[in-house]
Design a protein around this ligand. Sequence first.
Ligand code: G6Q
Length: 299
Amino acid sequence: MLDDYLNWERYLITSEVDLPEEYQYQGRLYRLAPADRLYIAGMGGSGVVGDLIRDLSFVWGWPFEAVVVKDYFFRGGDGLMLAVSYSGNTVETITAAAAALRRGMPVIAITTGGKLAEMGIPTIKVPKASAPRAALPQMLTAALWTLRKIYGVNFDTPSSLPYDERLADRLVKTLGARPTIVAPVSMQGLAYRVKNEANENAKLDPSVEVLPEAHHNWIEGASGPIMAMTSPDIPAEHRTRVRLTVDLLSGEVFEVPMTVGGILTFLKHVGIATVKIALARGIDPLKTPRIDELKRRLP
Ligand code: G6Q
């Protein structure tokens, strides 16, 4: 797993994806045209693709509203859906994609295979990794190239994600203390990914608080260590909120460029740090027995 994170750049998709302009599904015609609302369905390590696209679209003003779907139930209308599932077998994602198709909404799948790849809708197959969460570079860049093709959005295409041992060490210390991760709305997907990596790799339970809302409640109860996230690319209002939090309560501040390269470079370090924490605790970072058992117990 450590190898996957260390070699993340190998999995970046660096050229256009192949997609039709329209397709037939169960006798109905679906057109892949820009829509005002982009739904991104997916859970866990695949669902983070939607969270990060929402952050990126907010920061860079992309021409759609990104709506993250993390449930079986999909009641939205008018839009386009990306259904992201590493295995292609996640029941919530498949059910939401089927519901969107029934509503006449075009769906594009991003997966390594499974049932999603067999639905007969446009599918971008990405290379496998040791775990879904370790396949973020290929799933995220596949989704971004899809958006470039349909909406013409611009994004940076990093070719390297340089490793900095000191940043990894800082993250080991900070995340090992089970902090509250504090981030503004423009970085909330990134903050949730950091939490999820601490959950799944290190088997720790940090929490996330999102600003400005957390300044209206959480701030009064806050007591533990704080990991604050900010960026030169977010609105000044959001930067101020993060700064004021740390002025009042103190905390470790991490500054992350909200570019594709900046986000993936930071998350590579988070992956490595959470693997290191797991190993130091004598825990296997790769195994997720409770997630597996839950999936087994589902009807
Ligand atoms: C990540 C985990 C888990 C997984 C979800 C959804 O590494 O295994 O969060 O991503 O359970 O599964 P798919 O990614 O296969 O849809």
